[in-house]
Design a binder for this molecule. Structure first.
Ligand SMILES: NC(=O)c1ccc[n+]([C@@H]2O[C@H](COP(=O)([O-])OP(=O)(O)OC[C@H]3O[C@@H](n4cnc5c(N)ncnc54)[C@H](OP(=O)(O)O)[C@@H]3O)[C@@H](O)[C@H]2O)c1
Length: 276
C-alpha cells in the first residue's frame, strides 16, 4: 500500500498497475443526480469510480467524469459485464457499448458481474482476450466466492486482479480473504456500508465515538487500513465528502481486531453461492 500526496491510499494490482483503495459506488443513481455525484466525488479527491452495465447509468458516469475536469488518466474506471451479456461474443460486444456510453477508450478494470452458471469460462476467456489486446487495464471477477475461484483456476491463464464481493465487519469472509491475499488478488468490498443497517451496532458506535468519526468513516477506514478496496455509494454531497474523510486517522490494532470479529454472515445482496 502506498499513499499519494493527499494521503489517499493506493494498492498495486498483480499486473503492476496502481488502483485507489477507496472508490465511489454508482448503483441506484440516475440522471443529473448520478452526473453530479460522480463530479462531486472527483472534485473531492476520489479517483476510482465503480460502475456497471447493470446500473444503466454509464452515460451519466461518463458525463460526470467529463464535467469534473479531472484528467482521464488520473481516474480509475471500473465497469462490469451484465449477466445478460455474458458468453464470449456478447461480452466483447457489450464492452464496446460500455465504452461508447462512458465516452472513453478503455476502462481500467473490467469485471464479470456475477458468476453465471454455464457462462463463466467463456466470459472469462473474453476478458482475457480484451486484456491481451490491451483494450482494458486489468480484469477481475465479481461475486466469486471460494468455489468459483477454485473453478476459475482450471481454465484461466490470467489470475484476476480484483475480486469484488460483499464484505464488511458483519460479513467477514475469512476464506475468501485468505485466498485473495495468497494469490495477490485485491479484495474489493461492495455494499461496504451495509446500506446503513449496522451503523447503530454498539461496537461501531463505541469506536466511532472514541475517534470522533462517523460509523461510515470507521467502517471504510477499517477496510483501507488492511489493504482492502472499498466502494461506498452516495449521491449526497455531504456524505460523499464524509466517506472520503478517512485518510487522516488510523485505527489501533486492537480496534481493527474488534471489527474483524463481528461476523454475523450478514448479507444485503443475494448469496452468490446459489450460482453454483
Ligand atoms: N458486484 C456487485 O454485485 C455489487 C453489488 C452491490 C453493490 N456493488 C457496488 O458497491 C457499491 C456500494 O454498495 P451499495 O450501493 O449497495 O451500498 P452501500 O455503499 O453499503 O450503501 C449505500 C447507502 O448508504 C447511504 N450512505 C452513503 N454514505 C453514507 C454515510 N456516510 N452515512 C449513512 N448512510 C450513507 C447511501 O445513501 P445516499 O446515497 O443518500 O448517501 C445509500 O443508501 C454500489 O454502488 C456498487 O458500485 C456491487
Amino acid at each position: 500500500m502506498v499513499a499519494n500526496k493527499e494521503n489517499q491510499l493506493y494498492t498495486t494490482l498483480n499486473n503492476g498497475k496502481p488502483m485507489p483503495l477507496l472508490g465511489l459506488g454508482t448503483y441506484n443513481m440516475f440522471g443529473e443526480v448520478a452526473i453530479n455525484a460522480v463530479k462531486i466525488a472527483l472534485e473531492t479527491g476520489y479517483r476510482l469510480i465503480d460502475g456497471a452495465q447493470m446500473y444503466a447509468n454509464e452515460k451519466e458516469v461518463g458525463e460526470g467524469i467529463r464535467r469534473s475536469g479531472v484528467p482521464r488518466e488520473e481516474i480509475f474506471i471500473t465497469t462490469k459485464i451484465d449477466n445478460c451479456n455474458q458468453g464470449y461474443e456478447a461480452t466483447l460486444r457489450s464492452y464496446e457499448q460500455s465504452l461508447k456510453d462512458l465516452g472513453i477508450e478503455k476502462v481500467d478494470l473490467l469485471l464479470i458481474h456475477w458468476p453465471i452458471k454455464g457462462q463463466r469460462e467463456e466470459t472469462w476467456k473474453a476478458l482475457e482476450k480484451l486484456y491481451a489486446d490491451e483494450l482494458v487495464g486489468a480484469i477481475g471477477t465479481g461475486n466469486y466466492l471460494l468455489p468459483f475461484l477454485h473453478e476459475l483456476k482450471n481454465y484461466a491463464s490470467i489470475i484476476p486482479a480484483v475480486n469484488q464481493i460483499e464484505f464488511s465487519p458483519f460479513l467477514y469472509l475469512s476464506e475468501e480473504l485468505d485466498y485473495c491475499r495468497k494469490n495477490q488478488i485485491c479484495l474489493q468490498c461492495y455494499t461496504p456500508l451495509m446500506r446503513g443497517q449496522k451503523h447503530n451496532h454498539p461496537a461501531i458506535v463505541q469506536i466511532a465515538q472514541q475517534y470522533s468519526r462517523t460509523p461510515a468513516q470507521i467502517i471504510l477506514r477499517w477496510a483501507v487500513q488492511q489493504g482492502l478496496s472499498t466502494i461506498p455509494k452516495s449521491e449526497n454531497p455531504d456524505r460523499i465528502r464524509e466517506n472520503f474523510g478517512i485518510f487522516n486517522f488510523e485505527l489501533s490494532e486492537m480496534d481493527l481486531n474488534v471489527l474483524n470479529n463481528l461476523n454475523e454472515n450478514f448479507r444485503i445482496v443475494d448469496d452468490p453461492i446459489d450460482m453454483l
